[in-house]
Design a protein around this ligand. Structure first.
Ligand SMILES: *Cc1c(COP(=O)(O)O)cnc(C)c1O
Length: 374
């Protein structure tokens, strides 16, 4: 069994993907080919925002956003304590200070209460200027943007939606990547919409920020690549990746529907035995992960070994809270305790989750997990 079965996805859609790749190779327009613009237009329409700028990966997408906003030394950026390293890594990279915030015990997304406490702490106890809230759509479920937006308005902060795991998710009819002042996603192969290498994108309704992002991601270009008006990055999405994504976008919706069915089946079978994911009313998760919680670290290690024995792969996202990552030592503002994060890091484990899981495989996983509890 595969944790995320990219081979099966390719087998199911070989024709479309092969054709897309062949076209690029034949036309040999490998950088900034027409497929890149076509993808940007399609993604912007799918998400329902005005601009999409494709770039080299999700981490660059986050960094480009902070650069476009001029975030720098003296600025505080609020980041959930429970996320992939990138969400916080980009903050010291532009010279600013990350402030890690605790999570909601059920959704594992940033806790609005902890966020507001952290902002108040920074205002009252530091010389930093609060500027940005990074809200992560963890495991595929959008964060609580209603409350986050209220807090952002109250303190005059910008919202950066990190939907690296959330592309295809929704709140009501509104799609992920439309909730931030600027939003980003990643096309890393294992993400909900993955390419065949690295890739990412930035989304915004602002013409001004879109122009800045377009310049920043190609060496700070002015009129053209050889007219450089600011310091930028080399962060383009290559044409081959754009072509693969265009082909995959055609069946994304189908995959998301299937993931919802699989998650519902997992939950039906596991709900009494372990803590299953909580999806808030009106939300649709993109199911980047199906993450359960055990009673203790010991029980988790035991279950993982036990599943491995049965040929079932698992993974722990994430074992270590951001504030305990060595890389942030020296950059840390410890504004609020992150007790929920510390607790969940010790007990969570993610099960195989992808649209090509078969009934018998779901059954097999559930049987082994529930057996542990008997
Ligand atoms: C994967 C991921 C990123 C980074 O994306 P890359 O394309 O790998 O750079 C950022 N944030 C979160 C939450 C992620 O899961």
């Amino acid at each position: 069994m595969e944790f995320r079965d990219l081979k099966k996805q390719y087998q199911m859609h070989r024709q479309e993907i092969d054709n897309a790749i062949k076209t690029v190779v034949n036309e040999a327009h490998f950088i900034s080919g027409p497929q890149v613009t076509q993808l940007e237009e399609k993604l912007a329409a799918y998400v329902g925002v005005k601009h999409c700028i494709a770039c080299a990966n999700g981490t660059d997408a986050l960094q480009l956003t902070l650069m476009a906003w001029g975030i720098a030394a003296g600025d505080a950026v609020f980041v959930p304590d429970f996320t992939f390293f990138s969400s916080g890594e980009v903050v010291p990279l532009v010279g600013a200070s990350p402030v890690f915030v605790d999570i909601d015990a059920d959704t594992y997304n940033i806790s609005p209460e902890s966020l507001e406490r952290a902002i108040e702490y920074v205002i009252q106890n530091t010389d930093l200027k609060p500027r940005v809230i990074v809200a992560v759509d963890l495991f595929g479920q959008p964060a609580d943007y209603e409350k986050i937006r209220r807090i952002a308005d109250k303190y005059d902060l910008l919202v950066l939606e990190d939907a690296a795991q959330g592309f295809g998710g929704r709140v009501g009819e509104r799609r992920a990547c439309s909730f931030g002042d600027i939003s980003i996603t990643s096309f890393f192969p294992a993400k909900p919409l993955g390419c065949y290498g690295d890739g990412g994108a930035v989304f915004t309704d602002s013409d001004e920020w879109a122009d800045l992002l377009r310049s920043l991601h190609v060496h700070g270009k002015g009129g053209d690549k050889y007219d450089n008006i600011r310091i930028g990055l080399n962060s383009r999405l290559d044409t081959l990746q754009a072509a693969v994504l265009l082909a995959k976008l055609d069946f994304l919706e189908e995959e998301l529907v299937r993931c919802d069915q699989i998650a519902a089946e997992y939950t039906r079978q596991l709900a009494g035995a372990v803590k299953v994911p909580v999806i808030r009313e009106g939300m649709r998760s993109a199911w980047a992960q199906y993450t359960i919680c055990l009673e203790s670290t010991k029980e988790r290690e035991y279950l993982m070994a036990f599943l491995k024995e049965a040929g079932i792969p698992t993974a722990v996202y994430y074992k270590k809270p951001m504030h305990l990552q060595q890389a942030f030592a020296g950059h840390l503002i410890e504004a609020v305790p992150c007790v929920q994060t510390e607790d969940i890091c010790g007990r969570c484990v993610s099960l195989p989750m992808h649209p090509y899981l078969e009934e018998e495989q779901i059954e097999a996983v559930c049987k082994q997990v529930t057996r542990l509890r008997k």
